[in-house]
Design a protein. Structure first.
Length: 544
């Protein structure tokens, strides 16, 4: 030990030696010693000295007994700024804040630099295994469990879903324009019926919900998709969303509030979603259960969902400017009494996957349950590519559904255009709850002109209703819609009609009201002759 005359300098040196002895011996009964705290915290210092005085280690015990004999409080107040401390031991000086002018490089500074490099390396290494640390360096944030209160997901991070993430009752999730949300296997984002989501992107900065699997390896069903639940009327008691444990009440939806607001989903893409939870029980790309009229869903693309692109269970939520591409089951599926409105909907069925562009039910068990499913559609294009692999149908209407279908272009389905199943569904026509007008149907079935399948005997599933005879009066057949580009593969996504297309004529008048664009006086999702589609700029069509 250096021979110094200052009592403070001597005490500081002894405390420093005590620290070094403990560090060297690794005494299991003493935590890591913080030297500045040892100097400045009397309680901490007293506890440590008392432990040292009874230590089984002779070196530590001698230092502890020696420190006991010193009047520490007096020694520390004498010569507080005595630079002999710095001269005595450069490492101590560095630790307690003295500067040595003109001194050589300090060993402690070197030691701290080495430790810092090692710690940084440890942090980086740990980041490979820790989601929290990984988020610091990669700009991602893993989210799991329940969300409460006001939550903001900003566009400067990638938000990674782990398991089913619940926006709980009373919570509000806000997602900034341009934000990327990735779902891991088995994950989904579920907005409970008393929670809310505000996901408002822009054409320049859409919000993207996609797979967490690296680009090039993604596929349909990588994650569970987005579920929005509300309190609007449904025709089934104690309704519970598909894909969740039947005992989890957070999956329940429906109520008596027709104006219920599940939130906002605007300028958003949902990709590679729709995993199968167990046999015949899947989540979809976008699931809407009991969402009411104040819910906003517009400018949304659902791409390559494993089950349905969008499935709607009751409520009266409206949809506008919707694109569904490559759904593996049905593009749009509804039941439980949905009564919403839709304008500007484009569906593209891929040839290797998918069954129906529309699959519609009122209720599987009770076809007469109320409210009766009765959505209203204007300006819709349903397209496929005459698949040789699958029997694809544009519309299957069954189990007592109603609905109003106007100003539609239906093209390229290998099976048939429209199949009305069940006598209860035919009855909706007679009741005025199921109607059609302004239909343009082309290139359907074998030879491109087998629009409706003949049904007889055991194949008669609608009480002898003749679709061909019924739609002959309501649809334009045997003509070309004159697409600018025929869809030949999954990489074709030009849905425009030529300016000379006959779809520009014979459209039904658009209803009046704030929701409807009354200027859309044509058939199909896009005005014939346009150069720019409303899908341009914010949609995408990744293969994997």
């Amino acid at each position: 030990m250096n021979d110094v005359s200052s009592p403070r300098a001597k005490l500081v040196e002894m405390l420093w030696q005590l620290k070094l002895s403990y560090d060297k011996q690794g005494d299991k009964g003493v935590r890591y010693i913080h030297f500045n705290t040892l100097l400045n915290d009397p309680a901490y210092r007293k506890e440590l000295i008392e432990q040292a005085a009874v230590s089984s280690n002779a070196e530590i015990r001698e230092l502890g007994l020696g420190l006991r004999r010193i009047n520490i409080n007096t020694a520390l107040t004498q010569g507080r700024h005595d630079r002999r401390v710095a001269a005595m031991n450069p490492d101590i000086a560095e630790t307690i804040g003295f500067k040595q002018l003109g001194a050589p490089a300090k060993p402690l500074r070197k030691w701290l630099l080495i430790v810092g490099v090692l710690l940084l390396g440890g942090v980086v290494g740990a980041a490979l295994f820790s989601d929290d640390l990984k988020s610091v360096y990669s700009g991602s944030k893993v989210v799991s469990g329940s969300l409460h209160g006001e939550q903001l997901w900003t566009s400067d991070k990638t938000w990674v879903l782990e398991g089913i993430v619940y926006v709980e009752a009373g919570a509000r999730l806000v997602i900034e324009a341009g934000t990327l949300v990735q779902g891991r296997a088995g994950s989904a984002l579920l907005v409970t019926r008393d929670g809310s989501i505000q996901a408002r992107g822009t054409a320049a900065k859409p919000i993207v919900f996609t797979s967490a699997v690296p680009v090039g390896k993604r596929r349909a069903g990588d994650w569970g998709g987005l579920v929005m639940l509300g309190n609007a009327p449904v025709n089934t008691a104690d309704a519970q969303i598909e894909g969740l444990d039947a005992g989890d009440t957070r999956g329940m939806f429906g109520g008596v509030d027709a104006s219920d607001n599940c939130g906002v989903l605007e300028y958003a893409r949902i990709e590679f979603a729709g995993y199968e939870v167990y046999a015949n029980n899947e989540l979809n790309g976008l699931t809407l259960g009991g969402c009411g009229s104040k819910t906003i869903v517009r400018n949304v693309q659902v791409h390559r969902a494993l089950d349905d692109g969008i499935e709607i269970f009751g409520g009266n939520v409206d949809l506008r400017h919707i694109l569904i591409t490559g759904a593996a089951d049905d593009s749009l599926d509804w039941d439980m009494g949905w009564t919403g409105r839709v304008q500007f909907l484009q569906v593209q069925q891929y040839p290797s996957v998918g069954d129906n562009a529309f699959e519609a039910d009122n209720d599987e068990i009770n076809h007469e349950a109320g409210p009766v499913s009765q959505p209203t559609f204007y300006n819709v294009t349903l397209q496929s590519m005459q698949s040789s692999e699958r029997h694809q149908r544009a519309m299957t209407l069954r189990r007592g559904t109603g609905g109003h279908f106007y100003n539609m272009v239906i093209d390229g389905f290998s099976g048939e255009a429209i199949d009305i199943k069940d006598r209860s569904t035919v009855g909706r026509i007679e009741q005025g709850l199921l109607s059609f007008g302004g239909l343009f149907i082309a290139d359907i079935g074998q030879g491109g002109r087998s629009y409706f399948a003949a049904e007889a005997g055991d194949q008669d599933d609608d009480g002898g209703f003749d679709e061909a005879a019924y739609f002959a009066k309501l649809a334009e057949l045997d003509n070309s819609p004159q697409f600018v580009q025929r869809l030949r593969s999954e990489t074709d996504h030009d849905y425009r009609l030529a300016a000379s297309s006959p779809a520009r004529n014979h459209a039904q008048a658009i209803p009046q009201g704030e929701f409807w664009d009354e200027a859309a006086n044509y058939r199909g999702a896009f005005r014939p002759g346009v150069n720019v589609m409303w899908t341009d700029g914010w949609t995408d069509y990744p293969i994997n």
